[in-house]
Design a protein around this ligand. Structure first.
Ligand SMILES: [Zn+2]
Length: 448
């Protein structure tokens, strides 16, 4: 590889030479920039990734070289990692990164979205967090709020649950984006999970088959596979089922190849204690927060799939796009009275998160932030147990014209949050225009 690149250098015409120098510098700069956000703890920088003059190299935990690519090959590699058939890329046991260097993984039919500037170019994946279909299930998920009326100045107690709020918000984001001319899709139906069937139906009919298939694809290690075979249905619900539910969302998103993905959650104050009847006390604080990819620990770069995801994030401009979009959505939230969280305002788990240059935007290596291809924002919109928010979230003061369920009354606050996402996306498109006018391969690399 090195030799070929050298030959290319030696025989290139002067104009091509200049072009190559430009690409080379940009990609190396972009990868270094990305690595500063991808590396949690410094080990990746010092031991696992090396920037050589002509190549980018990856080493395993024992220091053996396991991947090398020349800088000019990177655009093609990024395109394959972003759009290649997902099963082709990730499926199968005992795969190694050598296959990637060898170019054996074909590019899929998907289109790579370099830097969208028009709403009509957008396909937005919207993922509503959690899957409870009613309050009983929300209690099982422990994703609900109950507050006593006397604590928040109301005559009656209030209650609501996160999966309902995220479903409502996601539905509005989809409708409003479509009104503007974008394509959008949801990862699950309202009140449903991503499997489209109840846990018991799945457990009866598909559990064994799914387990076999994820084990064979290398997603479930042998130890886990064997423990799942011995587990009862409650155990499976809390472990493997949740994994499959996530994976269906991730696979749907990756196979649809969206331009951008928005994951919607509503937060609650840390350490909030429920009383014996499940009621929470209101908190004074309120803030927004968003996660983007990054913050890999050394032990999170062991499996083949993790390495593929890492390489994609290292070489592409997804990190920058995600951070800017997250920032623009949080900016909009500030305008409706929800400021981005301050670093000293919450117990940021330093083991898993790292700060970015934007307030309230953190790199975090979650299953969804790591595996979803393309730019993404994992939004924690506000604190549901803030006293004022709880009052608003319990209201049914906005009429949502749902394409399937007709008119449903929902909290207007969810509409407001949804519009922050929509405006954040349109602001992002505007911002992209200034980046795309500079025709370099890494146009949205911010020079800070
Ligand atoms: Zn959540």
């Amino acid at each position: 590889m090195k030799i070929l690149w050298f030959l290319l250098f030696a025989f290139a015409t002067p104009s091509l030479w200049a072009q190559k120098i430009l690409n080379y510098n940009d990609y190396q700069e972009l990868a270094k920039h990305n690595l500063s956000y991808l590396d949690k703890g410094g080990v990746l920088k010092s031991q696992r990734v090396k920037f050589k003059q002509y190549t980018l190299e990856l080493y395993d935990e024992k220091g053996n070289s396991e991947f090398s690519t020349s800088w000019p090959q990177i655009p093609d590699l990024v395109r394959r990692l972003e759009t290649g058939n997902h099963k082709d890329l990730y499926g199968g046991m005992n795969k190694t990164l050598r296959e990637l260097s060898g170019g054996l993984i074909k590019q899929g039919s998907g289109e790579y979205h370099p830097i969208p500037t028009e709403i009509s170019e957008l396909t937005v994946a919207i993922d509503p967090g959690h899957f409870a279909k009613d309050f009983t299930q929300a209690i099982r998920e422990d994703k609900y709020v109950k507050m006593r009326g006397k604590d928040i100045g109301l005559s009656k107690d209030v209650s609501f649950y996160e999966a309902d709020l995220t479903d409502i918000t996601a539905a509005i984001v989809k409708l409003e984006l479509e009104k503007l001319g974008a394509h959008a899709f949801l990862t699950k139906g309202m009140g449903e999970n991503s499997l489209g069937k109840t846990f018991h139906e799945w457990y009866r009919r598909e559990f064994k088959g799914d387990l076999q298939h994820y084990y064979q694809d290398g997603d479930v290690p042998k130890v886990e596979y064997e423990s799942y075979l011995k587990m009862d249905s409650v155990g499976i619900f809390n472990t493997f089922y949740r994994f499959v539910e996530f994976r269906k969302r991730i696979d749907l998103i990756n196979n649809t190849n969206p331009t951008v993905t928005i994951i919607i959650h509503y937060n609650a104050a840390e350490g909030g204690k429920r009383d014996a009847d499940g009621f929470l006390k209101p908190v004074q604080n309120d803030y927004s927060m968003a996660f983007v990819p990054g913050a890999f620990s050394s032990y999170e770069l062991r499996r083949y799939s993790e390495k593929l995801d890492f390489l994609r994030l290292l070489m592409s401009s997804d990190m920058d796009k995600s951070m800017r979009l997250a920032h623009l959505i949080l900016n909009q939230e500030s305008l409706i009275g929800i400021p981005p969280v301050q670093n000293d305002q919450h117990l940021l788990d330093e083991r898993y998160c790292s700060v970015t240059d934007y307030e309230g935007v953190y790199c975090r290596n979650l299953a969804m932030t790591r595996t979803i291809r393309g730019p993404l924002v994992y939004l924690e919109a506000l604190l549901q147990d803030n006293g004022k928010e709880a009052v608003e979230l319990a209201k049914r003061d906005y009429a949502l014209e749902h394409p399937m369920y007709g008119k449903i009354m929902v909290p207007k606050r969810c509409y407001e949050v949804a519009m922050c996402v929509v405006k954040g996306i349109t602001d992002w498109l505007e911002e992209n225009k200034s980046y795309s006018s500079t025709a370099t391969p890494a146009p949205d690399l911010e020079k800070k």
